[in-house]
Design a protein around this ligand. Structure first.
Ligand code: BYC
Length: 480
């Protein structure tokens, strides 16, 4: 293990960037730290300051750095600054600066663009914690409660990752942005979070699992694109963030799989038909139609997070070397996109057709398509559950144009199967496709607090295994 990969926990702010050698930066971050803790107290998980939670804390940024699990009171969690070690020979591998050494400082010409990307990324992290603030009160099990808190503390750490970059490389403006990240609030009309999906409510656990499945995976793809950056500190910090993100997506994917499993079990035991959702609901589990409506909602809202399909911002970030494609190095082309085209579905005379546009302007659409491929593969894993029970139901993704507020489909109405609709037709039909108030009420009515070790709420199956090889009935959270 090299020294750079070991995290120093003896400093007030744990780090592996030798923070002690830069006193000005250290002092600035130490001033931000109490503001962060105030934000956590005010907007983070409610009524949790005395709980002891079985959490993982990174001890190094190596692959086995996650081996450390212990009980932690969340306000004492050691949030800090962890970057993967520097690769001295790393070169820019796309855009106009291809072949040049990566940058250790911010070039003046890209300063505001980079700052905007970092602020936008940073803003999502506290936003998600705020969205999930009240979920602890209705947890379906101790296992799930612990996972919620693990996700929350790590999103808090992701905020630290971006604030470190702002403080270290963007001077006074960066410090001001660091303050503003603690002042905006998810859903606040006067001072909302930057991106649409992060102002939606996560009012129950079904929404939480859908969010960690769909929206955290946008996080994975955006972080992967930033991990290609020519600005090396951004690439190194996002690489480590990706290791944290994997667990969040696991929570979402397995959470929904367990909900489907439980519904299938009850349908089998009670002899219920998919065609009778009311009967399924009466048995205290979530019917498939409702689950499909939640899939439609969370997928479409998350697609908006990729930005407009055709975007000059994305093109200039790529040419500048600030943000690459997903797994840029594995793509077999000129990595400049000087001639290439990319097909982007768009509405033409009320019909959706794929139109070829310069690939440089279609990078958001491309990243979205990469994301879609991974979502489809994960949904195929969900679909094995009803299949195993001999049920015909398969969950499907709606068309990319469905229920969009950003990009080429914004302001239009598209059905889940990709037909362009009039506003009237949308008005008539959309309650079949998107969760209604009654759906939310029903799902919320199932949510009760289950905190006895090894017990699970009736609407969700237990996981296959516990965390860190612990048994499922382990005391994942202590209340004394
Ligand atoms: N909502 O050229 P356009 C995560 C704005 S999730 C509101 O179409 P661009 C996480 C845009 O800002 C990943 N506004 O798009 C998950 C621009 O405004 P300005 C977060 C939006 O710029 C779970 C204008 O519309 N990371 O980590 O190419 C839990 C035109 O924009 C939206 C990132 O997003 C929207 N949905 O791309 C916790 C990476 N979409 O500049 C965490 C950093 C667009 O004209 N961000 N706009 O005022 C980016 O790469 C880009 O900012 C975007 C947008 C991909 C978001």
């Amino acid at each position: 293990m090299s020294d750079e990969s070991v995290i120093n926990y003896s400093d007030r702010i744990p780090n592996n960037v030798d923070l002690a050698s830069d006193r000005t930066l250290q002092r600035a971050l130490e001033r931000w730290q109490p503001a962060f803790l105030n934000w956590w107290e005010e907007a983070g998980p409610a009524k949790t300051s005395t709980l002891q939670v079985y959490l993982r804390t990174a001890i190094s940024v190596d692959r086995d750095g996650w081996a450390n699990f212990d009980y932690v009171r969340m306000p004492d969690y050691r949030w800090g600054i962890f970057l993967v070690p520097r690769d001295e020979g790393r070169r820019i591998h796309f855009g106009a600066h291809k072949g040049e050494p990566v940058w250790q400082e911010v070039p003046g010409e890209y300063r505001s663009q980079l700052q905007r990307l970092i602020v936008t990324q940073g803003d999502t992290e506290p936003a998600s914690v705020e969205q999930q603030r009240l979920l602890g009160a209705t947890c379906p099990s101790l296992y799930d409660l612990r996972n919620l808190f693990q996700v929350n503390v790590e999103e808090g750490r992701h905020l630290w990752a971006m604030v470190y970059l702002l403080h270290r490389f963007f001077g006074r403006e960066g410090r001001e942005e660091g303050e503003a990240l603690l002042q905006r609030r998810s859903g606040d009309i006067n001072n909302p979070r930057i991106l649409t999906a992060f102002n939606e409510q996560t009012s129950h656990w079904l929404a939480f699992f859908m969010f960690t499945f769909f929206t955290d995976r946008d996080g994975k793809f955006q972080l992967s694109a930033l991990a290609e950056s020519a600005f090396d500190p951004l690439a190194r910090t996002t690489r480590f963030m990706l290791t944290e993100e994997a667990h969040h997506m696991f929570v979402g994917e397995t959470g929904i799989a367990r909900v489907i499993q439980r519904t299938c079990e009850v349908m089998r035991d009670e002899g219920l038909a998919d065609a009778d959702p009311e009967a399924v609901r009466r048995h205290g589990v979530i019917d498939f139609d409702t689950l499909q409506r939640f899939v439609n909602f969370h997928y479409s809202v998350t697609l908006d997070l990729f930005g407009g399909e055709i975007s000059s911002n994305a093109g200039s970030s790529y040419t500048g070397g600030l943000k690459g494609r997903y797994e840029e190095e594995k793509v077999g082309d000129d990595h400049a996109l000087s001639q290439a085209e990319y097909a982007v579905p768009q509405i033409d005379n009320d019909v959706i057709v794929a139109k070829h546009v310069p690939a440089l302007t279609a990078l958001n659409a491309r990243l979205r398509d990469d994301y879609k491929g991974e979502i489809e593969a994960a949904m195929a894993r969900w679909n094995r559950v009803p299949e195993k029970f001999g049920l015909d139901r398969r969950f499907v993704l709606p068309h990319v144009g469905f229920h969009r507020k950003i990009g080429v489909f914004a302001g239009r109405h598209v059905s889940p199967d990709g037909h362009v609709l009039t506003a009237d037709a949308w008005e008539r039909e959309s309650s079949r496709w998107l969760p209604t108030d009654a759906d939310h009420q029903f799902v919320s009515s199932l949510m009760g607090r289950v905190v006895e070790p090894g017990r699970f709420a009736g609407w969700i199956a237990p996981p296959v295994r516990g965390i860190n090889n612990q048994p499922i009935d382990f005391q994942y959270v202590r209340f004394d």
